[in-house]
Design a protein. Sequence first.
Length: 308
Amino acid sequence: MNKRRKKRTSRRSVIGVLLLIIAAAALILTLLAKAGVISPQGWFSFLRKKPAAPDAGTSVRFIDVGQGDCTLVISEGKAMLIDSGETDGRDKVIAYIRSLGIKRLERIIVTHPHSDHMGEMADIIDSFQVGSVSMPLLPDALIPKTYSYEKMMKSIRKRGAELLNASDETFDLGELKVTTYAPKEYAEDLNNCSTVVLIRHGDNSFLVTGDCEKEEEAWLLERGAELKADVLRVGHHGSSSATTEPFLAAVRPMYAVISCAAANDYGHPSEKTLKRLSAFAQEIFITRDNGTVTFVSDGSGLSIYTEK
């Protein structure tokens, strides 16, 4: 009996020590965050759950593709992909989509044909059933002559997917209402030719902006486009040339997501952009730090999951 009591006492002591260590670590991290030694985002990310369960009914997933952009939208078994990121030789996006049991993409939206947004698209189109592919209708002078673009167009033709010119339209995806805005007159810069996508699910909304910069933002504001969104996928990887204050005042996001790679050559995200965002968003996620960021929606509330 004495030996059993000693064992129980020993276990309790170990558990008590572990709990004290966890509490002390939490207190230290909180104090460091308040002191500005570490970012609150990093501390919140430490507390977050792992990626959302594959069977989540409605979700918007900002996939970590390094210095690129890729968003997967799922509702009631229907899936839509917005951009693909650069080709990586590892088929990361394909593996991620397959891990969720998805075999068909109802729609693919190529916001604009820069390779960091559509480099992997040909392989994706070759790997899944695809309903339609939407992209901007560009003048000849702006159509890329790149290998990734030609390969994507060849895959679209080979797979028999419907090719759509991006336009102002609203369509359903499961329980979602998806609205796209496409410039009527194309700028000289492909970034400002981006298709902008607004996704609504009950009280929740998401705005995906491609590489839209201040010129296109001003155009959207001038035409009175509906921009209010709870979650903003920040334009042009957090570049200082995008995400202006007037644009943020119209969107009024609670959360912001920036897709960029660690130690990228462009200085993304810009400190100026982060400062502007912090005046509006409660929390800013950066894929280089958080990995893939998933928002699961029940139509009224949002659950947030990060990979890291």
